[in-house]
Ligand binder design. Sequence first.
Ligand SMILES: Cc1cc2nc3c(=O)[nH]c(=O)nc-3n(C[C@H](O)[C@H](O)[C@H](O)COP(=O)(O)O)c2cc1C
Length: 98
Amino acid sequence: MLTTIIYRSHLREDAPLKALEDMVTAANIKNRRSDVTGILLFNGHHFFQLLEGPEEQVKEIYRCICNDPRHHNIVELMCDYAPARRFGKVGMELFDLQ
Ligand SMILES: Cc1cc2nc3c(=O)[nH]c(=O)nc-3n(C[C@H](O)[C@H](O)[C@H](O)COP(=O)(O)O)c2cc1C
């Protein structure tokens, strides 16, 4: 069953922005391998991410994300089953809103 999780979080003040570029590259590879797709919106302070894919894989990646010290104040906004993917093109597409 396809699952979608949406959350928002805050970048930690001391997290270097360069590390985020590397994180996005690595996340893309890992998501593709896990058949997980989605989008990540970032405005310089806040993240908003949608993850979609097979339930176990989405939850496993989300568990890693929740334990990541580069952000905090993680609030899950939605977790639901989905009939189809909404963002099926890439492992994770970053929208930098700055
Ligand atoms: C805002 C944010 C979004 C992230 N999104 C993903 C993601 O979509 N996929 C992913 O594999 N890792 C993502 N990460 C990185 C994970 O938290 C984690 O570092 C990564 O999965 C590697 O974990 P591992 O070393 O335990 O395999 C994200 C991190 C942050 C801070």
